[in-house]
Design a protein around this ligand. Sequence first.
Ligand code: NAP
Length: 285
Amino acid sequence: MGCDGYNLPMSDLPACFALFGQPVAHSLSPRIHATFAEQLGVALEYTAVEVAPEEFAAEVGRFVRWGGRGLNITVPHKAAAAAVAAEASAAVQRSGVANTLSVRDNGSLRADNTDGVGLVRDLLARQKIVLRNSKLLLLGAGGAARGVAPALLDAGIGKLLVANRTLTRAEALVAALDDPRASATEWSGLHQTAPFDLILHATAAGVQGKALALPSGVFRDAPLCYDLSYGAGARAFLEAARAAGVERTCDGLGMLIEQAAESFAIWHGVRPQTEPVYAMLRAAA
Ligand code: NAP
């Protein structure tokens, strides 16, 4: 018996967790959390639930009343998740977006954002990338970009340029960061600000199967490009980077696993080992 649909009686069920998003069918999160739980002997159910934007707040309320313990939040609900919580971590207060909701004993919600710490951990510990004093280009200004930008600044980068198809959203992100190292830049003028030590792709274009129209020259002398998406969603951007001569490219599988481990630690008080899960999913891919 599982908590899929969470309309079964709560008794007899292990603690239930879910991912809310749209779409979620492709998500690896249920598999990752099940593997963490097995590794640590934690009894839980974790299911992915397709939730439309207009139903988000009501669906969270239903999950809480039913007895659910925690939620991961993905596209397009990260800002709504921050708004629905009674309490928010410093990362959520700075970014305005949340990917983790924890249900307190009194039924109130606490919001966290583990995307930033997950990305930085993957970059530093797994990819062995030096972030200190580096010059970064962040493509995108949606929930993912907003979530990771504060953690990148905290990691000691020297410069953060944010470019977004809609410039005003990049400007709003930079204004919220309130850090002299961060600036917004025109998409069409990106080649003039190259080279970058690291280019992070955080738009949803790849996942939507749409072409990302980048000005030629943006990849000039970049040693590394990283796509926050993984699998097919990362393919087009990373192929474009390699075709432009970038030697090292990386998708966001490691980030996905690290942010999941941070959420797991928030809910269960113990951080799972991520390397075996990374090796398993990388081999499967
Ligand atoms: P979002 O809030 O919906 O934001 C979408 C972003 O993509 C916006 O900046 C949007 O620009 C841009 N965009 C969409 N289509 C575009 C196109 N055709 N050309 C150029 N820009 C386009 O989504 P999100 O939460 O930021 O997620 C973005 C991606 O990050 C997702 O695809 C997801 O796979 C990935 N992600 C990965 C992890 C991980 O753990 N590995 C975690 C979080 C997110 P406008 O503002 O102009 O619309």
